[in-house]
Design a protein around this ligand. Sequence first.
Ligand SMILES: C[S@@+](CC[C@H](N)C(=O)[O-])C[C@H]1O[C@@H](n2cnc3c(N)ncnc32)[C@H](O)[C@@H]1O
Length: 242
Amino acid sequence: MAAYAEDLAFIHDDGFGMIARGAAATLLDALHGAGLREGVIVELACGSGISSRILAGAGYEIRGFDISPAMVELARESVPEGRFEATSLYDAPIEPCVAVTAIGEAFNYLFDLRAGFEAMCGVFERAHAALVPGGLLIFDVAQPGRGMPRLEQITYEGPGWRVSSEVAEDPGRRRLVRRIVSHREVAGLARTREEHHELALYDHEEVFAALRTAGFSPRTLATYSGEYNFSLGHGGFLARRI
Ligand SMILES: C[S@@+](CC[C@H](N)C(=O)[O-])C[C@H]1O[C@@H](n2cnc3c(N)ncnc32)[C@H](O)[C@@H]1O
């Protein structure tokens, strides 16, 4: 399964930055409120570095990890002062830090065959061990209802690109599949690429309980800072290390 190859990485960066921007603003507010104004932030599934750019600009040191080499290339260009590695978040070291992020359904993607609810809980434990007291874990997960139990087709357009996503949810297996076809013009040539993304869906209450078990004080987010509002099938969490 391809994971955000060159064209989809570019399109994500160009047209779908609102979640990362909103999450970064929410995290900055919470860090400042907790008096944590400097230190390391570990970004799991950092993507093209949209949130990393904002957090680095606010004075934090960024360690970013993403399974997509194309995303990591964009992140390195955008945040030269950060440190980025193309690796799965399940292998990423989480060093002592003030915050850990996993923005944009990072734990749901099944690009890495080890991914799933238990693997996510393992990351909660590693994050808890690495965070300073009062440190924060911020993330969002796709949940049952994300795609509805019917087929949806949505098309988005931006300068020089168009992307169509066909979404099918299998409620019995708690799985979502997105078939994403991108069209992009590069050096005067039009090209089409297709990716299939399979996601596992997690129940909101079960995620909440797992955060408590790992030693966090969790909070459900209704919004990432007003830039992106959560709705049915998509839940945001801000968890404080006790
Ligand atoms: C929707 S994008 C979000 C990217 C970024 N966090 C943002 O909000 O702009 C999902 C990201 O998760 C990454 N991803 C999926 N599974 C991963 C894994 N096992 N390890 C690291 N990154 C992963 C993808 O490559 C992609 O960059």
